[in-house]
Design a protein around this ligand. Structure first.
Ligand code: NAD
Ligand code: ZN
Length: 341
């Protein structure tokens, strides 16, 4: 079968021919119908060899997967061959207190995720270790649905606990309107009455945010904090979602958050908010999030089914998968790049 692999430190990923895996006891072989390209894959491929903590190379990339159940391992029950499914990505131990609540993303043992810690979704077939990591997709089209597993699940997990704060008259600031952020804007519009401000460094993403219903969208530059203050009557943003996580965006989050506001850090990079008596307004809280729970994935599938969110997708054939990552790297993808094996 064909797979997209990161094979050599610092090199770009390649489409290669590898053996089709065989499902073991309790496992499921899934024939992939779609796989999303996340900026976190770029993070993996930009990590220097001496700091690399992911699966040994070669690594089959991809942690957003949709597919059809192709074969059941010995003793596997709960799904049928032919079922259309999404793959829940953050695989936990399944038994700790977090996993018991379906929050495998917060497993105390850490997660083992396809495309990060084990072979991923960018292949014609993949092994899913347990049926609990499959969510039925029914008749939803897998190509626009595949990124529900991360590009929607992660912003949903970021936003959901902040919903009680996002009452009418409040403001949510979305920093970075790419794969995750463009769903973040839609979730905020669908689930709250807050004013949504979006900022990005890419003019196309700013336009995209406005098309998706953002109330205001503009450049994430040195004037951005002042504009947020102006638009909020000097108060600042009640909840700031940083979908970039770089130094300038963390600084923007810190300088725009309102008194008693919240900062939610989502982007995987080196940016940091400095929390202290003198550095943030009083009563501010900061949350750092990783992916989402199994229950939350079921919830975002329901939102997609109702048409409340729609992922903007640029489609690539497997042979063009390296190009999807070139474009992601260059910052020219609108929404999410999805590879169709
Ligand atoms: P993406 O490349 O699709 O989108 C990033 C967007 O941010 C782009 O529109 C880009 O123009 C914009 N941007 C870049 N620098 C900016 C800046 N300084 N100010 C404002 N906007 C800026 O990436 P993505 O796949 O949406 O991922 C976003 C981030 O979230 C990445 O860091 C990724 O690794 C991380 N991520 C985190 C989790 C998690 O669970 N915490 C899950 C998935 C992705
Ligand atoms: Zn991701």
């Amino acid at each position: 079968m064909r797979a997209l692999q990161y094979r050599e430190f610092g090199a770009r990923p390649e489409v290669v021919e590898i053996e089709r895996p065989v499902p073991g006891a309790g496992e499921v072989l899934v024939r992939m119908t779609a796989s999303g390209a996340c900026h976190s894959d770029e993070f993996i491929m930009s990590t220097p060899a001496d700091q690399y903590v992911f699966a040994p190379l070669p690594l089959t990339l991809g942690h957003e997967g949709a597919g059809e159940v192709a074969e059941l391992g010995p003793g596997t029950t709960g799904v049928e061959v032919g079922d259309s499914v999404l793959v829940y990505g953050p695989w936990g131990c399944g038994v700790c207190h977090s996993c018991a609540q379906g929050a495998e993303n917060n497993c105390v043992d850490g997660i083992s995720a396809p495309g990060i810690h084990r072979p991923g979704t960018m292949a014609e077939y993949m092994i899913v270790d347990d049926v609990r990591h499959l969510v039925p997709l029914g008749d939803l089209d897998p190509i626009p649905s595949v990124s529900l597993t991360d590009a929607a699940l992660t912003p949903y997990h970021a936003i959901k606990p902040s919903l009680p704060a996002l009452i009418p008259g409040t403001t949510a600031l979305v920093i970075g309107v790419g794969g995750l952020g463009h769903v973040g804007v839609q979730l905020l519009k669908a689930l709250t009455q807050a004013t949504v401000i979006a900022v990005d460094i890419n003019p196309a993403s700013i336009t995209h945010a406005l098309e998706l219903g953002a109330d205001h969208a503009f450049a994430s530059d040195t004037a951005a904090a002042e504009r947020v203050r102006e638009l909020t009557g000097g108060r600042g943003a009640d909840v700031v979602f940083d979908f970039v996580g770089a130094e300038p965006t963390a600084a923007l989050a810190q300088s725009t958050v309102a008194i008693a506001g919240q900062i939610v850090m989502v982007g995987v990079s080196t940016g940091a908010v400095t929390v202290g008596y003198l550095t943030v307004p009083f009563d501010v809280s900061v949350r750092v999030v990783n992916w989402g729970s199994r229950a939350e994935l079921i919830e975002v599938v329901e939102l997609a089914r109702r048409g409340a969110i729609e992922i903007a997708v640029e489609e690539f054939a497997m042979d063009s998968a390296p190009e999807a990552y070139e474009r992601l790297h260059a910052g020219t993808i609108r929404g999410r790049a999805v590879v169709v094996p």
